[in-house]
Design a binder for this molecule. Structure first.
Ligand SMILES: [Zn+2]
Length: 78
């Protein structure tokens, strides 16, 4: 399946570009894709999930949000 070339960075709202090269047979559920934000330069390592491309796109977006939420929680507890 395909994963998005760019996602929106949940930290700063700038586009984050795909760093990983796709495997020869395409992305599969459970593969890790890395994105680098063009704004804040953060790296996002996301797991591909879902049965089709829409679900794969949703899953990387949802996971990026989850990472940010976890980070906010960690900062509150620190
Ligand atoms: Zn960013």
């Amino acid at each position: 399946m395909e994963v998005p070339e760019t996602i929106v960075c949940v930290d700063c709202g700038q586009p984050a570009r795909l760093l990983s090269f796709p495997p020869e047979e395409g992305w599969e559920v459970g593969d890790i894709v890395a994105y680098r934000c063009s704004g804040c330069n953060d790296r996002w390592d996301l797991v591909v999930a879902g049965e089709d491309e829409n679900q794969a796109t949703d899953s990387v977006s949802a996971e990026a949000r989850a990472i940010l939420e976890q980070r906010v929680r960690d900062q509150r507890e620190a």
